[in-house]
Design a protein around this ligand. Structure first.
Ligand code: NDP
Ligand code: 8X3
Length: 254
């Protein structure tokens, strides 16, 4: 039987790599993000490579009305979502608490927390009706520990961790699995976004060690998604070998 997955933030990084992995494994995909051109390119790529059937939905996860409208407008067959990957998210800035930009803080809270709440509520009626489903929430090592100048990004991911554990408890009676995955440093567009297009600053983050790659996370998502029906991975932290916790790295350049 074909499974359907909805991925938020499928235009780059973890979401894009996971779309490719799930397509290879035979999933039908609902690909979402704000960059419509990238979603269309991915849809074509996956169809040509694997014959994957896709729907593309262009919305900002912060826009509650758009989220409910677009997901609500899916044809009934596409509403039977087996796997939701709440991946869309971002960090903006890396500044001391008293210096950080308040608008950046609002954006992180609205995207990393409220976006997950909206998308999850929009897809849940279908999962509850099916009495099964799996929600995978993208946390971070920053959901487990804080680091200097990580303030509101860390807070948004700590809140997401609490939300994920709450979902696990509240959705237990519906047979729905909930997993939180917490990666450390991974080289995607994440740091380019965090440093607002400053690629030198972004590249410097990963100098002197080998970070995780998006494909490492896609493999891990697939592992979580492919466990037998009676097994649920609740919480999974993953870092590259050179990273021991949120702030301790072993770098070649010291
Ligand atoms: P990327 O910047 O490569 O990808 C982020 C994705 O999120 C894009 O597809 C982007 O799509 C989407 N997105 C961002 N904001 C919105 C929005 N408002 N509405 C809809 N989609 C949005 O970063 P990563 O793949 O690295 O990050 C994915 C997730 O993983 C994030 O939640 C991040 O916090 C988390 N994470 C990242 C780590 C890392 O080191 N890279 C480590 C731990 C966790 P578009 O711009 O097209 O809308
Ligand atoms: C992204 C990884 O270490 O910048 O969540 O918080 S980190």
């Amino acid at each position: 039987m074909t499974h359907i997955a909805l991925i938020t933030g499928a235009t780059a990084g973890f979401g894009l790599a996971t779309a490719r992995k799930l397509a290879e494994k035979g999933y039908q995909l609902i690909l979402t993000g704000r960059r419509a051109d990238r979603l269309k390119e991915l849809e074509t790529e996956l169809y040509n490579k694997f014959g994957t059937k896709c729907q593309t939905l262009v919305f900002d996860v912060r826009d509650k009305e758009a989220v409910f409208q677009q997901i609500g407008n899916l044809e009934s067959d596409w509403k039977k979502i087996d796997l939701l990957f709440n991946n869309a998210g971002l960090a903006l800035g890396r500044d001391y608490f008293e210096e950080a930009d308040m608008d950046d803080w609002e954006t992180m809270i609205d995207t990393n927390l409220k976006g997950v709440i909206y998308v999850t509520r929009a897809i849940l009626p279908g999962m509850i009706a099916n009495k099964k489903g799996h929600i995978i929430n993208m946390g971070s090592i920053a959901a487990k520990e804080i680091y200097e100048r990580g303030n509101v990004y860390c807070a948004s991911k700590h809140a997401l961790d609490a939300l994920s554990r709450s979902m696990r408890v509240d959705l237990l009676r519906h047979g729905i699995k909930v997993t939180a995955i917490h990666p450390g440093a991974a080289e995607t567009e994440f740091s380019v976004v965090r440093f607002k297009g400053d690629t030198d600053k972004a590249t410097a983050v990963y100098e002197g060690f080998q970070p995780l790659e998006a494909e490492d996370i896609a493999e891990t998502i697939w592992f979580c998604a492919s466990r037998p029906a009676h097994v649920c991975i609740n919480d999974l932290e993953i870092t590259c070998t050179a990273q021991a916790n949120a702030y301790l790295f072993h770098k070649d350049n010291g």
